[in-house]
Design a protein around this ligand. Sequence first.
Ligand code: FAD
Length: 457
Amino acid sequence: MKHLIIIGNGIAGITTARHVRQQDSRVGITVISAESEHFYSRTALMYIYMGHMTYAHTKPYEDGFWAKNRIDLLQGYVEQVDTSTKRIRLADGKWLDYDVLVVATGSVSTTFDWPGLTASGVQGLYGLPDLERMEQFTTGIDRAVVVGGGLIGVELAEMLRSRHIAVTMLVRDPHYWSSTLPAEEGKLIGRHLLRHGIDLRLETELKEILAWRGPAGPRSADASGRVRAVVTKAGEEIPCQFVGLGIGVTPNVAFLKNSGIELGKGVLVNEYFETNVADVYAIGDCNEFRQPIVGTDGALRKPIEQIWYTSRMHGETLARTICGSRTAYRPGVFFNSAKFFDIEYQTYGTLNAQLTDDEQTYYWEHPAGEQCLRINYRKTDQSVVGIHAFGLRLRQAVCEHWIQQRTPVENVLSQFRQADFNPEFSEFYTDQLAGHTPAGSPNRRKGWFRRLFSTTH
Ligand SMILES: Cc1cc2nc3c(=O)[nH]c(=O)nc-3n(C[C@H](O)[C@H](O)[C@H](O)COP(=O)(O)OP(=O)(O)OC[C@H]3O[C@@H](n4cnc5c(N)ncnc54)[C@H](O)[C@@H]3O)c2cc1C
């Protein structure tokens, strides 16, 4: 292989480039990306808007790193991939040859066919251009609507509240993020949003977006289709000057439609990230596994996982294959974390919104309603399959070990201090926890939390 082209300089593409360079000092590496010249941390976008970070802070590497490692960066948009001649065409008409091509083009914000969607001041949050637009359309405004109850919806709400903009949040389901969270956790976050002044409307769906039309209103932008309100399916009109869409993301693969590379929702790949075309691979948010991937803990992973650390693992694994050691993707115990305003969230293993027939759950919530812990385990052998923590910080290695080793739930609870990152928390709350009967837990387990937080390391 003489020339590796990677489309996309996100965490997936950049990890591949770095790891290939570590293993192969001779191959030419070109990373082409449309959004920015350099790799930056997409997960930190909200902090730029909130003034906690600058764009420069979000770049994990010095700008000189790339030249030093002979990784060529090219800012441009790839419009066409011609797999028969092994070439790609950029938007400026330039063609480039590849020996191996990696598609790492991430996602795009999902939208629906709502009337009025094209009004200005209506947008998702995915990249730097969105941040610029948001800056432009939220300066000086006082009312916004966020549509969607997921992670990006909450980020949008927090960003807007940081500028004292009133936020109404429309969530279709009976509780927040019901596709992922069991009802107790969804309600906990819902209460937290209310405490932060969010006007949270559950079971409320968007029907239409209204824009200013006709003669110019008091603001010059009003004549040009600027959003003025949303209408819910129940017929309520909610005035606003900005609409943030947080209804999910979709693999960014539309530009490959006529390339001969097989697409499902994402670029279809096998466990080696190989597409149907020789020497073309796809990783990160934009790929979709044809067959389910099984983790080292035996759990089935979703065919599309749009998660930062998953994309990084894809890049690391693919680099080995590209450098001659064909390696199947075999992820460990699933892990993710996020923050909902002040509440930190960690999830390990398999913990779905609904229990399966073979699962039982243990749920504890602090009476103040801002911290909770859920442990799901198998009915058959009591082994732990998943752990959720809200407002408690747990040690990743310990939780993963328990799940990987199929540790019985009683052992997990009796050793729980090993996972607790904030022992001062456990000491402070021991009494309340011990006196609390967690919802959904069998009565015989009432005393577990006394033991849990009084056992020494
Ligand atoms: C606001 C926000 C917050 C998030 N927070 C979290 C979090 O807290 N935890 C977590 O695990 N995940 C989070 N995610 C998801 C995480 O950021 C993604 O899973 C991850 O960035 C995917 O990496 P990637 O390399 O696959 O793609 P991306 O980071 O999307 O990079 C792909 C790049 O390819 C470029 N590109 C696309 N098409 C072309 C083309 N045709 N030509 C040239 N370039 C192209 C794009 O411009 C983009 O820069 C968040 C995502 C968003 C949007």
